[in-house]
Ligand binder design. Sequence first.
Ligand code: HEC
Length: 485
Amino acid sequence: MDFPFYPSNDFGPLMKGMVIGGVGILHVFLAQFAIGGGILLCVFQWLAMTGRSKLAREFVDGYFRWVVLISFVLGALTGVSIWLTTIQISPRTIGLMVQEFHWLWATEWTFFCLEVASGYAFYRYGKVLPDRTRLGLRMSYSIASWMSLFWINGILSWQLTPAGWLEHRTVWSGFFNPSFWPSLLFRTITALAEAGLFACLIINLATNWTREQKQTMLHRAFYFLAPMALMPLVGAWYFAVVPDDSRRWVMGESVAMTMFMTLGVGASMLIGAYAVVMLVNRRNFINAMTSLVLIVLAVGATAGGEFVREGMRKPYTVRNVLYSNSITEADAAEMRCNGGAARDPYPLKNEASIPNEQLRLGAKVYRMQCSICHTEEGANGLLGLVRTWTPSQVRLNIAQLQRTKPFMPPFAGTAAELEALVQWLAWREAGNPTDWEVSAEPEVLKTIQGHLDEVGTVSGIALMQQNEAAARIRHQDERNQKGSR
Ligand code: HEC
């Protein structure tokens, strides 16, 4: 099969993966708040209607609904931005997601339309409608927004744990994958907690309420943080169903991942601790400043959580199907024989300033295989990573990329393409001189071919598992020998 090349965009010093990640984190935070906020408005509307709280009516008609509206609009805009960035960065992955799940996307968009319609109807006519209709609209908004999370969640969690789908290839075996329920639960708990925290901020800003009145309302809002008590359990469930290697990236094998995991867990624990303090004693108060600090912590926790979730999938965008650079294992094997980047029909941005054909090929190899996770000199910059290595070290470590770091995909190309990449890196490191000699030593290419053949195109994860199995057998043999002696 011919490899599907697409034109892709370049974000300079910003790593492509981080561009998606950044937009994603913003979107997740806003969209989750819009869901939790909708549910909170329902509950408070109900409190008002049943006469349980007179203040609740003031609250639901006050600023909070504007905050929900704004986050809903921004959530929708950032949602569209995710499509816009992913098609510039990872079109093949997005294509696969659309192809496999188009009816589910359509269902999700239907719920999104219902969400927009009921939200709009409420803001346009809410004031003149009777209470029951108002509650009906709020419920329709909340259910629709939670349902859109439900559908998206299935498709996103499939990317990490598609094992059942790989076997059965049915839509539902992909959708209800092992990480579906824990991640849906986790996101729902987060949505409620975010809503509770924003409610605290808004309650504090009310100018016509006494401290006692605020206190009563703050405690009502804090009930939305109570489900956080389940987070450790749901988190443990999630980590129990994700693949072994993914867990290992988080548990110390990848420094950045471990750091973000710690950030996420730490920030959540601080928020949780504060919730406990508030919920055990009705006399405790939380002021606007503290609410704001907790909201910032919640942003941190979301960022940490999303970074970890995305990063855990490495080296895949869809586990065991597509590598992060949208190349399959079969593509990689085929490209070792027939070449990969050399077939890329799309021109380079700065083609004219690159002095020879080999360097141009090298730049294409970088663009096709590495640029999703590396930049040239910015975030995770490749030039910096290889700066202290000798050329033969660079050749070895790139030829055996999946052994260098098991969360990188194997090199997908010929020895000549690899040498082109090495030359391009050296040329960039030298400051893009106008003259550069072509490297064509048969000995060098032979050495690279040897390195490539040694590990083949199996994933780093498979390689890691093979090594560990071999080590276990060796260990067992040693013990048997000792025993027989
Ligand atoms: C799935 C994402 C991903 C892809 C694709 C990827 N890398 Fe990496 N690479 C990483 C990460 C993450 C690191 C770790 C950086 C660190 O340790 O600070 C890394 C580290 C490296 C290192 C340093 C290794 C070390 O031991 O210090 C080199 C060299 C490197 N990559 C080269 C490449 C090249 C060349 C390509 C393309 C052929 C590539 N990478 C593709 C994610 C990726």
